[in-house]
Structure formats: structure tokens, C-alpha cells
Design a protein around this ligand. Structure first.
Ligand code: SF4
Length: 365
């Protein structure tokens, strides 16, 4: 038996011995955690009293329609080369029938839209085609923003700009905790984000909201260790921040990455799709870096979008992202909405809870 499997079994045995007298709702913030939990089938082996809720950890799901509409407009009207991480291409917006509703549709209509896997690819395309304006549509969390900051700090060709839809994770979680409607008892903090920003960033969960919190990695062993930690903290009534991913996460994170984030970006209020504006939750280019701002370089025709912040009609992605309903409680789940015909962003992205649950075999009841 591998060490990791043995470790996972040990943690599971310890969880099963805990005296859980009522249901405990634990939110995992990270789409990667949700993928591991679902694909490994961990929910099925946990005590019934443990309810694990996917949270707002899918950057594609919360990317505002306005930003997607700007990206489509840039690609179709301004004739730029629009590059974006692959997931973004299929995310639909609420455009009237007959109009282009996604970057993939823009590409089918002749726009130069290309999926990329890294910022380096965006730079390479701009260098290879110096006669074309290349716009890098950046939707992601701190783990995406830090490499983009490094890319800009290292120097990029003049024909490359960025269309920013980058977000910070913790302000959305704090908004959820302050609001209270998701009725959470504990939190599993995101492992990838914590590698960049440090475990300490999540201390506010225990400090200000008196809730157990643990940073987890992506193996069954690490996730179950974090789960055991928060359940036990709850039973003992002494919440604290536990780091169950010490192999990669330090207390203060990656200082160089954080320095680059501070150098290149300002922290600004930002719109989250289906949620609204969250203060201090977005990245904006600061000072000299604004010369790489696609919104300043190109004319984007802003059209009035009366329902721009909304999810598509009938789509409950906002409630899913906020942990208020499980993905399969959306009435479109697995019926009108599937990965091959997604209605909302949560069914598009590899980090979207609806997509993950569908891939893991959850079917409508
Ligand atoms: Fe939105 Fe589809 Fe998920 Fe329903 S199943 S919340 S329509 S993405």
C-alpha cells in the first residue's frame, strides 16, 4: 500500500471516530479541491454528518459577462488576436439570439481567437507576429495573476496588451462569511492560492469569524487531514488556522511573487458574475504598467447590457458558487445543461462545480 493511500486511510479512520453530533458544513474554496474530492469519491466514504460544499474557487465561473463581452468585441470588431486560457472560450454570455455568445462562437465567425496554456505562449505569439495586436484575456485568481505580473515585469512586446478579469480569492470568502447565508461551520482554504499568498492570509477565518480553517493540498491524504483538523477544531471549540499542505505552503507564501503582484497591480473593487461588486477583490494595472492595458490601447464600444451581471436564464451558478445549493439541485443540471451543451459557466470550466460533478458521475435525481 502506498504511503499516501495508507495516510488517507488513517485520516479517514480518525474522522470516523470523531463524535459528530450534528451536521457540519465545510466549504472547500478551490475548484482543484472540489475536483479531487469528487473524482476520488471522498464524499461517499465520509460520515453522513459531514457535508462538503464547493465554493467560489472557479475563476471562469465568476468572470463577469462585461469582461467577456469586451473580449468578444475586441476579437470581432477590433480585429486583434485574442488569446485566453482554453476554458474561457466556451463560456456563454446573455447576448440576444443571433449575436455572438462566446469567444468560441467568435472564432467560428472568423475572429482570431486562440487558446493558450501559459503567459509565455501569449508573449511568443506577439513576438512571432509583430504586425498584429495581441490581447491576452486574463481571468484567474492569484495563481494566474502572479505569472502575468512576472510576464509584464520581464518585458513584453509592444503589440501585447492584457484584458484583465483577475480576482483575489479571500475577499469573496470573507463576503460569504460576513453575509452568513451559506451557514458554514468550517473552511478548507485553497492550496494553490496559498502557495503564492501564504497560509496566513486565511487566518481571518479563525480570527474574525471564529471558524475552523485548514489549508489543504490535492491528495486524499492532505484533504482528509485538513478535514479532520477542521472537524476536530469544531468539536473542541478552538478554531485556528492549520496548514495541512506544508510541503508547498509556507506561512507567508512566495515573497517574490507577492512583490511582483504589488509592483504591477493595484487592488481594486471588482464585479463577480452573479454576485456583484466585491471591494478590494480585483487586480488592475498600476502606473507605468497601464500602457499594457487593452482597455486603454483599444477602443471598446460599450453597449448597455441590462442584465450583464446575471447568469443565463434558469442557471443557478451564482447559488452554486456561493455554496447555497449543490450543483445537481439546479433544475437544468444534466437536463438542458451538460458539458456538451453548457448553459452556465459552472458547466464549462474544469474547475466549475457542475462540470466536476457531472464528470464524477453525479446524475439528476
Ligand atoms: Fe448553471 Fe448549468 Fe450549473 Fe445549472 S447546471 S447552475 S445551468 S452551469
Amino acid at each position: 500500500m502506498s504511503e499516501t493511500l495508507e495516510g488517507a486511510r488513517n485520516w479517514l479512520a480518525r474522522i470516523r471516530q470523531l463524535p459528530l453530533e450534528r451536521e457540519v458544513a465545510v466549504m472547500n474554496v478551490c475548484g482543484g479541491h472540489e475536483r479531487s474530492l469528487a473524482m476520488l469519491g471522498l464524499r461517499a466514504v465520509l460520515p453522513e454528518a459531514v457535508r462538503i460544499i464547493p465554493g467560489p474557487g472557479c475563476p471562469v465561473c465568476v468572470c463577469p459577462e462585461e469582461d467577456l463581452a469586451d473580449a468578444i468585441e475586441l476579437a470581432t470588431t477590433n480585429r486583434v488576436t485574442l488569446v485566453a486560457f482554453g476554458d474561457m472560450l466556451r463560456v456563454p454570455i446573455n447576448a440576444p439570439k443571433g449575436q455572438i455568445r462566446s469567444l468560441a462562437a467568435a472564432r467560428e465567425a472568423g475572429a482570431d481567437v486562440r487558446p493558450i496554456a501559459s503567459p509565455q505562449e501569449a508573449v511568443a505569439i506577439a513576438r512571432t507576429e509583430p504586425g498584429r495586436e495581441v490581447v491576452f484575456f486574463v481571468a484567474g485568481f492569484e495563481t494566474t495573476s502572479a505569472p502575468v505580473a512576472a510576464m509584464l515585469a520581464e518585458g513584453v512586446p509592444d503589440n501585447l496588451t492584457v484584458l484583465l478579469a483577475a480576482r483575489l480569492t479571500w475577499p469573496a470568502v470573507e463576503m460569504l462569511l460576513r453575509d452568513g447565508r451559506s451557514a458554514l461551520d468550517a473552511l478548507i482554504a485553497p492550496g494553490h492560492v496559498a502557495t503564492v499568498m501564504g497560509a496566513n492570509e486565511w487566518g481571518f477565518v479563525a480570527g474574525r469569524y471564529c471558524l475552523p480553517v485548514a489549508v489543504a493540498g490535492f491528495t486524499a491524504e492532505s484533504l482528509l487531514a485538513a478535514l479532520y483538523s477542521v472537524l476536530r477544531q469544531g468539536i473542541e471549540g478552538e478554531p485556528f488556522l492549520d496548514n495541512c499542505y506544508p510541503e508547498l505552503v509556507t506561512a507567508n507564501g512566495n515573497e517574490e511573487a507577492k512583490r511582483l503582484l504589488r509592483e504591477v497591480f493595484d487592488i481594486i473593487p471588482a464585479m463577480w458574475r452573479g454576485i456583484g461588486i466585491i471591494p478590494d477583490s480585483g487586480f488592475g494595472l498600476r502606473g507605468p504598467w497601464q500602457r499594457y492595458d487593452a482597455r486603454l490601447r483599444h477602443v471598446i464600444r460599450s453597449t448597455f447590457r441590462p442584465h450583464a451581471g446575471d447568469m443565463p436564464p434558469g442557471c443557478d451558478c451564482a447559488a452554486v458558487v456561493l455554496g447555497r445549493i449543490a450543483p445537481d439541485h439546479c433544475r437544468l443540471y444534466g437536463r438542458a445543461c451538460t458539458p456538451s451543451h453548457p448553459i452556465g459557466p459552472c458547466m464549462v470550466s474544469d474547475e466549475g462545480a457542475c462540470h466536476i460533478w457531472w464528470q464524477a458521475g453525479v446524475r439528476p435525481g
